[in-house]
Design a protein around this ligand. Structure first.
Ligand SMILES: Nc1nc2c(ncn2[C@@H]2O[C@H](COP(=O)(O)OP(=O)(O)O)[C@@H](O)[C@H]2O)c(=O)[nH]1
Ligand SMILES: [Mg+2]
Length: 200
């Protein structure tokens, strides 16, 4: 089992173009989700850092793929958020070139161990979320569905949301990882699942 010092993390590469994706020989775990789903907050929580990944109140601002170097042993990859309604057509094009590029022009796609697909517990899985899940399934890329902002729902409503998300996404309910960046709930479970992806 690999030992990773999670505290030893830094933003290594901010890629605005596929040719900027790093060629380093370390495994990659990518994070995908719509804008504002809580991706930056979740990555900060996972890494025990306040603001390594930028948390924004204005969603959908930057279109880059950010590679966080974790102890020289792993890249956590922040894919650009989708579904931001106010994006210009040029930005939408950049989004798809960069996101498609991550999967089709990534020099180390062989080292992609899995994708953490984030779904907001309040909105449930959107059409865009389902499109991404479909793509990952078709491409035989392992993925974990992580349900964010669970602190925003009471116990009963959250249970119903998890049932519904599992059903629409076509996975078992106990395959979902419920997560709250506010409370830290789900952090250990998500790390365990990431380790499982790395050891497959
Ligand atoms: N209550 C609550 N709010 C959250 C949580 N995660 C993120 N947020 C808030 O949701 C908004 C978007 O978060 P951010 O991490 O920037 O989302 P991103 O656009 O997916 O990177 C911010 O206002 C965060 O403070 C969470 O677990 N619980
Ligand atoms: Mg973000």
């Amino acid at each position: 089992m690999i030992k990773i010092n999670v505290q030893n993390s830094k933003l290594a590469v901010t890629a605005g173009l596929p040719k900027q994706f790093p060629a380093a020989g370390v495994p990659q775990i990518a994070f995908s989700g719509r804008s504002n789903v809580g991706k930056s907050s979740l990555m900060n929580t996972l890494l025990g850092r306040k603001s390594l990944a930028r948390v924004s109140s204005t969603p959908g601002k930057t279109i880059t793929v950010n590679f966080y170097d974790i102890d020289g042993k792993l890249f956590l990859v922040d894919l650009p958020g989708y579904g931001y309604a106010k994006r210009s057509p040029e930005d939408k094009k950049r989004w798809s070139q960069l996101t498609d590029g991550y999967f089709t022009r990534n020099p180390r796609i062989d080292l992609l161990c899995g994708v953490i697909q984030l779904v907001d517990c309040r909105s449930g899985a959107t059409a865009d979320d389902l499109m991404m899940i479909d793509f990952l399934t078709q491409s035989q890329i392992p993925f974990i569905i992580c349900v964010t902002k669970t602190d925003k729902l009471g116990k009963t409503a959250l249970g119903e949301a998890l049932d519904s998300i599992a059903e629409t996404c076509g996975v078992e309910r106990d395959e979902l990882v419920p997560f709250s960046s506010l409370s830290g709930a789900g952090k250990n479970e998500l790390w365990n699942r990431i380790y499982q992806l790395l050891e497959r």
